[in-house]
Design a binder for this molecule. Structure first.
Ligand SMILES: Nc1ncnc2c1ncn2[C@@H]1O[C@H](COP(=O)(O)OP(=O)(O)OP(=O)(O)O)[C@@H](O)[C@H]1O
Ligand SMILES: Cc1ncc(COP(=O)(O)O)c(N)n1
Length: 254
């Protein structure tokens, strides 16, 4: 069974964050392991507290994964420049293993998860470690320090982020109106993946997409096949979301 490591920050309600990614990976049929890089206290409305773990604790967790045969990493929210640097250093020991980086900067309620220095570290230190970077519109804009608000801007942003070192980039258009369109840039060029918009909202779609792609890559899928499968899973989750703790979440644990 492929092993996938979820790296990131806990969410106590587990509808996003590394606590959710572990569930997604298990459901995808891979063995989930993890590196906890930060602890968040948040509910459906707000982020109450965020505490990055120290670099030595993050490094020791990567050391502990050395014999696990990790086949892919999913990297989610990181809360400090030190945490970003420690994760990049930890990943360096796993050369050749696919790394899906979701550069989470804020919770859906609007509260930030990363400050400006952390955004800069994500751009300069972690982005070059990514086999696939999966920013949403706001994240692509923050990383490029310009506005990314429509499909044309997404088509420009994906290769621009790739030029900064990510092997492939998927810019998520879920927050635009109309069909859900993601723009992918890799060696083969720039292309779009379009799925019919499902008229509902759901928390954790970014983590669901990225963790599902990581699971498929660990299982040997091509990037395009991994993306198509992940879109199916996201659409299914949005269609069958459940109410939990005051918000609509994926039915992963049902
Ligand atoms: N209503 C929808 N119907 C179908 N697909 C959607 C919908 N909303 C988002 N998606 C898809 O879900 C994935 C996540 O996109 P989104 O833009 O919501 O990411 P995000 O903002 O990082 O998510 P999160 O809410 O976890 O922060 C993308 O592949 C996007 O195309
Ligand atoms: C630790 C962590 N990771 C990711 C998200 C994004 O999820 P959402 O957009 O549903 O708030 C979050 N709120 N917290």
């Amino acid at each position: 069974m492929p092993v996938v490591a979820a790296v990131g920050t806990t969410h106590p309600l587990a509808f996003a964050g590394v606590t959710f990614a572990m569930q997604v990976l298990a459901r995808e049929g891979v063995r989930p392991v993890c590196v906890i890089a930060g602890v968040s206290a948040q509910d459906a409305r707000s982020v109450l507290r965020r505490t990055p773990l120290d670099a030595a604790t993050i490094a020791a967790q990567f050391d502990a994964l050395r014999e696990a045969g990790v086949g892919a990493f999913h990297v989610g929210a990181l809360l400090s420049t030190d945490a970003v640097r420690a994760v990049a250093a930890g990943l360096a020991a796993f050369a050749g293993v696919p790394v899906v980086v979701d550069p989470v900067l804020a919770a859906t309620g609007g509260d930030p998860l990363a400050d400006d220095a952390t955004v800069a570290a994500l751009r300069d230190v972690l982005l070059p470690c990514a086999t696939l970077l999966t920013p949403n519109l706001d994240e692509a804009g923050a990383l490029l320090e310009r506005s990314v608000r429509d499909l044309d801007a997404m088509r420009d942003a994906a290769p621009a982020l790739r030029a900064r070192g990510a092997r492939a980039v998927l810019v998520k258009g879920g927050h635009l109106a109309g069909d859900a369109i993601d723009v992918v840039s890799d060696d083969a060029g720039v292309r779009t993946f379009r799925t019919p918009r499902i008229a509902n909202v759901l928390r954790g779609t970014g983590d669901l997409l990225a963790a599902t792609i990581a699971a498929s890559l660990a299982s040997g899928a091509t990037l395009d096949d991994a993306i198509v499968h992940a879109h199916t899973r996201v659409a299914d989750a949005i269609a069958h979301g459940v109410l939990f703790a005051g918000t609509r979440v994926a039915p992963e644990t049902r």
